[in-house]
Design a protein around this ligand. Structure first.
Ligand code: NAD
Ligand code: GLY
Length: 369
């Protein structure tokens, strides 16, 4: 039987546990109870997750004698909007939640990001618990306190840092996730190996397929390793003044690809990150930072896992280099006209490069398949 693992995110008085493993959802009541001033919470979730996993959460809270009511939102990225933020804030007020009460975010990164922001705003800051139900949310978005909604001007532009009080990552819940979403989340898992942990990459290279077939031991090991890596980075650089930017490996290319495809189902976030990571290694090799064979190793792994790794893997018309560069220039990581990229000296050896020349990026995009 796979047991759960607890990873502590050490941030002084804002420290919290991330509990990873199958069956954690059923223990949500007993695990949340010590954090409560009175026995009631509000749950925010999306309609898809509500249909699949809300009954289990309700039962866990009932068993611990915790009163609860659910706010159910439409699924999808459009939910990270001003309109839904207002809806959630007002629903929390209507439910008469007090400052010391907790809000529980049950869902993927969309729900976690929106609920974290709402909790940070309502009554000048309420506590919240993350119960991430996608692989992406378990390994990335539920940990570290970045919260946001999207603005017409761009993605994730309205937000704040607000750490959760507890994260419960039940790996068994991933069993209902569509394979495409699981694979997209896997991109964020392999990211941790590519950034700073070559032995983890090697393990994924040999055992990664088990994760995608739903093997709970493999999933739990991968989620725990990813959360441990992220927790370390967040502890050292909570508000991204330096090292935390490494977690953006592949994201500058990825965001441009997502923007060029209209943030649609044509390209999921994790799929953009997968292609973006391969391009980041291409750029590293082109700039002489890493050996020319390394991008091929990354591509072979991604292909073996059934992840897109070439721009040509995106369905529909070929995206133009000019359009992608335009989106990168609007990226919030641009400083004084120079592009910031996360590059690598090899697998597990990422670094921040602040002055990458647009011509080198153009050449890589022009050459990319
Ligand atoms: P998501 O929340 O939209 O979930 C993807 C889809 O899966 C949704 O349709 C959802 O209803 C469904 N779903 C969720 N759990 C399920 C389950 N167990 N079974 C079946 N279906 C399920 O998307 P996501 O990929 O989890 O998150 C993407 C969001 O995360 C983006 O908005 C991105 O900006 C954000 N993000 C935030 C951070 C951060 O640090 N805060 C990091 C990475 C990404
Ligand atoms: N997902 C990147 C970060 O949390 O910093």
């Amino acid at each position: 039987m796979t047991t759960s693992e607890t990873i502590r995110v050490g941030l002084g008085e804002r420290s919290y546990d991330v509990i990873v493993g199958p069956g954690v959802l059923a223990r949500a009541g007993e695990l949340t109870r010590p954090l409560l001033k009175r026995s009631r919470v509000a749950i925010v979730t999306d309609a898809t997750v509500a249909g699949l996993h809300l009954p289990a959460l309700n039962a866990a809270l009932d068993a611990a004698g915790i009163a609860h009511e659910a706010i159910v939102l439409p699924p999808g990225e459009q939910t990270k909007s001003f309109a839904q933020l207002e809806h959630v804030c007002r629903a929390l007020l209507a439910a008469r939640l007090e400052r010391g009460d907790l809000v529980v975010a049950l869902g993927g990164g969309v729900i976690g990001d929106l609920v974290g922001l709402a909790a940070g705003l309502v009554r000048r800051g309420m506590g919240f618990v993350q119960i991430p139900t996608t692989l992406l949310a378990q390994v990335d978005s539920s940990v570290g306190g970045k919260t946001a909604i999207n603005a017409p001007e761009g993605k994730n532009l309205i937000g704040l840092f607000h750490q959760p009080r507890l994260v419960l990552a039940d790996t068994a819940v991933l069993g209902t996730l569509p394979l495409r979403e699981l694979k997209a989340g896997y991109a964020e898992v392999v990211k941790y190996g590519l950034i700073g942990d070559a032995p983890f990459f090697d393990w994924l290279d040999s055992d990664g397929a088990k994760l995608l077939s739903g093997d709970l031991a493999a999933l739990t090991r991968a989620v725990a390793a990813s959360v441990t890596a992220k927790a370390g980075v967040v502890e050292r650089d909570e508000t991204e003044t330096g090292e935390r930017a490494l977690l953006n490996l592949g994201h500058t290319f990825g965001h441009a690809l997502e923007a060029a495809t209209g943030f649609s189902q044509r390209l999921l976030h994790g799929e953009g990150v997968a292609i973006g990571m391969k391009l980041a290694f291409d750029l590293s090799a082109a700039l002489g930072a890493c050996d020319g064979q390394v991008p091929g190793r990354v591509a072979t792994h991604l292909a073996r896992m059934g992840l897109p790794h070439r721009i040509a893997d995106i369905a529909g018309a070929r995206l133009s280099t000019d359009e992608l560069l335009r989106h990168m220039a609007q990226d919030k990581k641009v400083e004084a006209g120079k592009l910031t990229f996360i590059l690598a000296r090899g697998i597990g050896e990422a670094f921040i490069a602040k002055d990458v020349d647009a011509d080198a990026v153009r050449a890589v995009l022009n050459k990319a398949e």
